[in-house]
Write a protein that binds this ligand. Structure first.
Ligand SMILES: [Zn+2]
Length: 149
């Protein structure tokens, strides 16, 4: 079952991936023919999406995601654009990584898995899975009603 929160996260990561793609798509080899350009754009977009998907799924163990993405796509750009592409990729991936880190710090994620936001009687974070579209698990759902009131 895919958690609602994971879907929301995927949607956010998709926005980051589109932002990176938009910032570099016009730098794709301008001297190749139209068909190759379309192919290249598709490949670059796919690489951006794969990187963001992997970052969302495995945020704690994906080392240097910006360099991985740049290595994947650099061949689609002319030498003169490489520095600009590297910079854009780094900026975009850094923004996405920071977003993921904030989600983890806020307790929304635990290595990609949503957890109930309640604290147990022993003072530890509840480890149970929240109800769909909710912040709390079945045992703690009364806390959500209280927060909303
Ligand atoms: Zn709970």
């Amino acid at each position: 079952m895919i958690e609602e929160r994971t879907l929301q996260l995927q949607h956010c990561m998709y926005q980051y991936s589109r932002a990176i793609y938009r910032s570099i798509k016009d730098l794709i080899d301008p001297y190749s023919d139209r068909e190759s350009q379309i192919e290249s754009r598709r490949a670059v977009l796919e690489s951006c999406e794969h990187t963001m998907e992997r970052l969302a799924k495995d945020p704690l163990y994906f080392a240097k995601p910006d360099r991985a993405l740049f290595q994947d796509i650099r061949r689609y750009f002319p030498i003169t654009a490489q520095a600009e592409v590297a910079w854009a990729v780094q900026a975009g991936v850094t923004a996405a990584s920071q977003f993921i880190e904030e989600q983890i710090e806020a307790g929304a994620l635990d290595g990609g898995v949503a957890r109930c936001r309640a604290t147990t009687r022993k003072g530890k974070p509840c480890q149970r899975t929240p109800l769909p579209d909710r912040d709390y698990c079945p045992s703690h759902q009364h806390l959500e009603a209280r927060a909303a009131a």
